[in-house]
Design a protein around this ligand. Structure first.
Ligand code: BES
Ligand code: MN
Ligand code: ZN
Length: 492
C-alpha cells in the first residue's frame, strides 16, 4: 500500500485572508437567502436560471478565465454547522475534482466557531478527494489535488489556521484508516499492520509494543492464539500509548481503545459463502485501522487525555490446524469459552484485548469492531451499533458521534435478560447466542471481559464500507470511527 495517508498528507493546506493567485478553483458559499458572494459574478436570479438555489449540497461550476468558480449551496444560513460545512466542502471538492489548487471561503459561511469551521471544511475537501489508487496500472493517479487554501476573514484568521491544521491531521488519519482497509489482504497481514504502527509511532509521539505468537501464548491470550490457529501467517497484538505533556497530571484521564484486527475473515471452519460479505472481509480489520489512525493524530491535536490502544491482529482461516467446533479456549482474564462457530471470531480476539485493557484500570474502555452481520439488519449500512455498560460514557460516545457526523444508535446491553443465551454446559460461555439479537449477545459476551471499567462497544459492520461515492466518502472503506475516536479522546 501507499504509505501513511500519502494521498492527503501530500496536500499543502494553508489559510489566507484573500483568494491566492495560484488557486485554480474557488468555492464560495451561497445560502437559500441573502446576498450572493460578488466574486461569483452572478445574481441570485442568474444562478436560479441554472438550477442553483443554494440548497445544501448543491454546486454550480462557473468557468472563469483559466479557472473555475463554484457556487456551493449551504442551505438556510442560520442552520449551518460544522457538519453541514464538511458536506458542502466535499461537494465543492467533487465539483472541482479536475483541479490542483482549491481555495474556498466556505468556512466563513453561517456563524460557526472559526476553528471548527476551518477544520470541517478542510476535512470535507480532503476526505472527498481521497481515492484508493493501490494496484491500478493505468494512468488513473487518483486525486489531482495538491493545494488547499482556506480563505477566512481577518478576525477569524488565527482560529481558522488552528482549525485547518487540525482538519488536515484528522483527514489524514481517516484516509489512513481507509487506505489500510482498502489494501488487499495479502498486501496487509498482521505483521504488516504492526510494522506500520511501529513506523509511525515515533513521529506520532506514541510508544509502541508488538507482541508475537510466543508472547501471546505466554500471556495466556487464548482468543488470539485460537483464532490464529488456522492461519499460516502469525498473529500480532500491538499496544500503543499516547501520554500527553505532563501539565495537570493529577487530573489526567486515561482512555483505552481496543480494535478488532481480523486481517481477513474467511469464517474459519465455519466458512463463509462466496457472497458480497465474504468479498469484503479484507476490511474486517477496520476497527484496528480506526484505532491506529486515531492514535496517529493525537499528538498533532494536542489531545489532553492519556490513551492506550490495543490492536488485535490475525487472519481467521480454515485449515487442518484450525479451531474446531466444541473447542474450549481460556482467555487472558481466565474465563473459558466454548467455540460453536469459528466465524464469531472477533469477540474472541477482543476478549483478550479488553482483559489486558482492564488490567491498567483506565477510566473507560471503548472497542470498535466489524463484529456482527446482525447490526446491518438492525441499523442498515450507514449507522454503527453502540452498546455499553455505563450510560455516562455511552453518552460521551454519542456526543462525539454527533459532533463528527459518524452516526451511531444505541442498542441495549441487556445482561439480565439475555446473558443466559450464552450459557454453555462446557465452559463459562459459548461464543454465539441464539438466532436473534446477535449484536446484543455479542456485546454481552464482550462485557464479560471489561470488569468494572465503564465500557462502550461500537459495532461498525455496517458503515465500514461505502458502496458508491457520496459526499466525503469514496466507494470502498470508509474509515468510519476514526474521527469519532479522535473526538472522544480529545474531549474525554
Ligand atoms: N466479520 C464478521 C461480521 C461482518 C459481517 C462484518 C458483515 C461486516 C459485514 C464477523 O466476524 C462474523 O462473521 N460474524 C458472524 C457472527 C455469528 C457467527 C454469530 C455473523 O454476523 O454472521
Ligand atoms: Mn467472522
Ligand atoms: Zn469477523
Amino acid at each position: 500500500m501507499t504509505d501513511a495517508s500519502v494521498v492527503v498528507r501530500s496536500v499543502n493546506v494553508s489559510t489566507a485572508k484573500s483568494v491566492p493567485a495560484g488557486a485554480t478553483a474557488v468555492g464560495h458559499p451561497v445560502g437559500l437567502k441573502g446576498a450572493v458572494p460578488r466574486q461569483l459574478g452572478m445574481s441570485r436570479a442568474a444562478l436560479a436560471e441554472n438550477g442553483f438555489d443554494g440548497k445544501a449540497g448543491q454546486t454550480l461550476a462557473i468557468p472563469s478565465g483559466d479557472g473555475l468558480l463554484v457556487a456551493v449551496g449551504v442551505g438556510a444560513t442560520d442552520e449551518v454547522d460544522a457538519n453541514s460545512l464538511r458536506k458542502a466542502a466535499a461537494a465543492f471538492a467533487r465539483a472541482a475534482s479536475k483541479h490542483t489548487h482549491l481555495a474556498t471561503t466556505l468556512a466563513d459561511a453561517g456563524d460557526v466557531d472559526p476553528a471548527a469551521a476551518a477544520s470541517a471544511v478542510t476535512e470535507g475537501v480532503l476526505l472527498a478527494s481521497y481515492r484508493y489508487v493501490g494496484l491500478k496500472t493505468g494512468d488513473d493517479v487518483g486525486s489531482k489535488l495538491t493545494d488547499l487554501t482556506i480563505v477566512s476573514g481577518a478576525k477569524r484568521a488565527a482560529a481558522a489556521d488552528t482549525g485547518a491544521k487540525a482538519g488536515h491531521a484528522i483527514a489524514a488519519a481517516a484516509s489512513f484508516a481507509r487506505e489500510l482497509a482498502n489494501t488487499p489482504p495479502t498486501y496487509l497481514n498482521a505483521v504488516d499492520i504492526a510494522d506500520k504502527a511501529v513506523a509511525l509511532a515515533d513521529e506520532a509521539g506514541l510508544t509502541v509494543e508488538v507482541f508475537n505468537k510466543d508472547d501471546l501464548l505466554a500471556m495466556g491470550c487464548g482468543g488470539m492464539i485460537g483464532v490464529n490457529r488456522g492461519s499460516t501467517e502469525p498473529p500480532r497484538m500491538v499496544k500503543l500509548t499516547y501520554s500527553p505533556k505532563a501539565a495537570g497530571k493529577g487530573k489526567q484521564k486515561h482512555l483505552a481503545m481496543v480494535g478488532k484486527g481480523i486481517m481477513y475473515d474467511s469464517g474459519g471452519i465455519s466458512i463463509k459463502g462466496g457472497d458480497a460479505f465474504h468479498q469484503a472481509m479484507k476490511m474486517d480489520m477496520s476497527g484496528a485501522a480506526a484505532v491506529l489512525s486515531a492514535m496517529s493524530a493525537l499528538k498533532a491535536l494536542e489531545c489532553p487525555t492519556k490513551v492506550t490502544a490495543w490492536l488485535m491482529c490475525t487472519d481467521n482461516m480454515p485449515s487442518g490446524s484450525a479451531l474446531k467446533l466444541g473447542d474450549v479456549l481460556t482467555m487472558r482474564n481466565g474465563k473459558t469459552v466454548e467455540v460453536l462457530n469459528t466465524d464469531a471470531e472477533g469477540r474472541l480476539v477482543l476478549a483478550d484485548g479488553l482483559s489486558l485493557a482492564v488490567e491498567e484500570q483506565p477510566d473507560a474502555i471503548v472497542d470498535i469492531a466489524t463484529l456482527t452481520g446482525s447490526v446491518l439488519s438492525a441499523l442498515g449500512p450507514d449507522i454503527a451499533g453502540l452498546l455499553g455498560t455505563d450510560q455516562d460514557f455511552v453518552d460521551q460516545v454519542k456526543a462525539s458521534s454527533e459532533s463528527v457526523d459518524e452516526p451511531v444508535w444505541q442498542l441495549p446491553l441487556e445482561r439480565k435478560r439475555y446473558r443466559k443465551m450464552l450459557d454453555s454446559p462446557y465452559a463459562d460461555m459459548k461464543n454465539i447466542g441464539g438466532p436473534y439479537a446477535g449484536t446484543i449477545t455479542a456485546s454481552i459476551f464482550l462485557s464479560e471481559f471489561t470488569g468494572d471499567v465503564p465500557y462502550a462497544h461500537l459495532d461498525i459492520a455496517g458503515p465500514m464500507k461505502i458502496d458508491s461515492d457520496d459526499g466525503i466518502y469514496s466507494k470502498g472503506a470508509s474509515g468510519f470511527g476514526t474521527r469519532l475516536l479522535i473526538d472522544l479522546a480529545c474531549n474525554f
